[in-house]
Design a protein around this ligand. Sequence first.
Ligand SMILES: Nc1ncnc2c1ncn2[C@@H]1O[C@H](COP(=O)(O)OP(=O)(O)OP(=O)(O)O)[C@@H](O)[C@H]1O
Ligand code: SF4
Ligand SMILES: [Mg+2]
Length: 277
Amino acid sequence: MLLQVRDLSISFDLGGGVVSNPVRGVSFDVPEGGRVAIVGESGSGKSLTALAIGGLVDRAKISGSIAGSPRIAYIFQNPMQSLNPVMRIGDQIREVGAIDLSLVGLPAGTERKYPCQLSGGQQQRAMIAMALAQNPDLLVADEPTTALDVTTQQEVLELVDRLADARNMAVLLITHNLGIVAQHSSYLNVMYAGEIVEAGPVHDILYAPVHPYTKGLLSAVPRLDRPKDAFLADIPGVVPPPTAWPTGCAFHPRCAFAGEDCAIKSRVKCMARAPRY
Ligand SMILES: Nc1ncnc2c1ncn2[C@@H]1O[C@H](COP(=O)(O)OP(=O)(O)OP(=O)(O)O)[C@@H](O)[C@H]1O
Ligand code: SF4
Ligand SMILES: [Mg+2]
């Protein structure tokens, strides 16, 4: 196994006696060359989990174990924030390694350009080039295409797939978008309120979700095989902040199936699919 995360918890002391625990008991695996996704609403702890596996979370109390020491490279949602605006693309890439830019579909001459001279899709390709120049075993792609139009999004993700295949590189994809997961990942972890509430092969989860939160996420996805005027369900409410995680099952205030026990005991009946580590 390339990476084994077990019971990872991250907490921050916010001062004044307030402790925030945005990641709680998270366990998942990334096999060599595997395609693993983490999906969940904003604030569920996806990015913190991804940063923690690279040792990139500061000023936090971290517990649990992270076994395996893959070379990890990251690409993030907004390449303009990650690229140095006053440095030519070629110089930025040479700082971390070497790579032929045509491999990521960038035209000749791109290395002499500054980030602001590239389109959003080209900037993300430059970020991918920079990540690959580090020769990683694991590419963490945290919402890599959210800022791009749908066509460019598809091109960038197909590029990541091709490069990952060619290099036997694992990809940990973090996204809100279950459509993207269906096409680009083989194993899915669904995260809510800092915990993984359901995990399993993508196909199994998408065709037969068990957890009410996963069911809610799926019923909120527009589908071409439904009538055009079909009701698109949403999950009522929002993810609470980590300083106010509900007791018991954290999803209970939003869950249509909640029973009395759900506010007291965590994971009363909805962990059927979760792997036992
Ligand atoms: N350095 C920090 N100190 C305190 N709280 C933090 C810190 N970093 C993140 N958090 C909190 O942890 C929670 C989870 O954050 P995280 O960035 O992992 O969410 P996310 O699932 O990636 O959301 P999004 O989809 O919006 O990117 C948030 O409520 C956030 O405010
Ligand atoms: S444990 Fe209860 S509240 Fe939580 S998801 Fe299951 S039914 Fe809903
Ligand atoms: Mg995030």
